[in-house]
Design a protein around this ligand. Structure first.
Ligand SMILES: C[S@@+](CC[C@H](N)C(=O)[O-])C[C@H]1O[C@@H](n2cnc3c(N)ncnc32)[C@H](O)[C@@H]1O
Length: 290
């Protein structure tokens, strides 16, 4: 399909393709009463205020959130603006040497780690991109035509200033760490994380892992199990799209899969982790391997 619409407003397409703004398909139980829903999670695991995270993890630095994040509704939370400062803080203080990230996308999260510490990052992404249940691209974004003209990959051609690109497919995956000349510290793995083989990695190979690939309950459970097979004792586990806020869960299917996977594996997680807590406010769950 060809586009030749100079000056065309792509913003509705960007909104349509961004998966974490999708409407919930199968709401979690208990959402009818938001206050009780949140209370149930609070009884299950600690909600640690952002300012106390450093102390809890034994860091010498306290986390302070950007002024713009404070007082913001969790529904308006954005990973790049609001969670990346938290991830940078965690990487800067934990200082992993080998970090694992499920779900590379364009590599913004990988850059957070690379720029905050000396780590080498192993990161996994489907090579042909994620599909929505109806077969549409899960991640599409209009990018400046100039910027992407040398990248090969699935796109819808345009003669205007922007091109609609399938940003989680080969050619676009990890483009941001290449753009910042950081590719020499990345091992990119192209596969479905369900097929990723951990057999030849020592069980204490990774110091930390971020689980941020597919967001269905099945995929989060798969990625959690694999991460725990290869992260060392005392290592840091992070899950993105974990936010036990009823309004967020009602409106965002990605958080439902993550919450459901954590709930389903609760006893197993408790026996494999020495600590597990939600950073309040954020979309991040933190665990420490036992
Ligand atoms: C939310 S994005 C990752 C964002 C990234 N972590 C960051 O911080 O910039 C999720 C990514 O997971 C990928 N993904 C989805 N299902 C996957 C699977 N089964 N195996 C590997 N990657 C998958 C998608 O293609 C997408 O690029």
């Amino acid at each position: 399909m060809k586009f030749s619409l100079p000056g065309y407003d792509w913003s509705h397409l960007a909104r349509r393709f961004l998966p974490w703004r999708q409407k919930a398909e199968a709401p979690e139980e208990g959402l009818a009463n938001p206050r009780l829903y949140q209370e149930e999670w609070r009884q299950r695991l600690p909600f640690v205020p952002a300012g106390e995270v450093g102390k809890r993890l034994g860091f010498g630095e306290a986390l302070s959130l950007p002024r713009e994040s404070l007082g913001k509704s969790l529904c308006a939370w954005k990973m790049e603006l609001d969670d990346f400062p938290i991830l940078r803080f965690l990487y800067r203080n934990f200082r992993p040497r080998r970090h694992l990230e499920f779900g590379t996308w364009q590599g913004a999260g990988v850059c957070c780690c690379l720029e905050s510490c000396e780590a080498t990052v192993w990161t996994i992404n489907l090579y042909d991109g994620e599909k929505k249940p109806d077969g549409q691209w899960a991640y599409g974004e209009p990018l400046p035509a100039d910027e992407v003209k040398l990248l090969w990959g699935e796109r819808q051609e345009a003669t205007g200033a922007t091109v609609l690109c399938r940003t989680d497919s080969l050619g676009f995956i990890g483009r941001l760490y290449h753009k910042r000349n950081l590719g020499h510290r990345v091992c990119q793995i192209y596969c479905d994380s369900r097929a990723w083989c951990t057999r030849n990695y020592p069980s204490d190979f990774f110091d930390s892992a971020l689980i941020d690939g597919g967001h269905t309950r099945e995929l989060v459970a798969n990625d959690t199990r694999k991460a725990l097979q290869v992260v060392r004792a005392g290592g840091l586990l992070l899950w993105h799209d974990f936010c036990p806020d009823a309004e967020v869960v009602q409106n965002c299917s990605s958080t439902q899969g993550v919450l459901a996977a954590i709930k389903a594996d609760w006893d197993w997680l408790q026996s494999n982790l020495s600590d597990l807590f939600w950073i309040e406010p954020s979309w991040l769950l933190v665990g420490i391997k036992r």
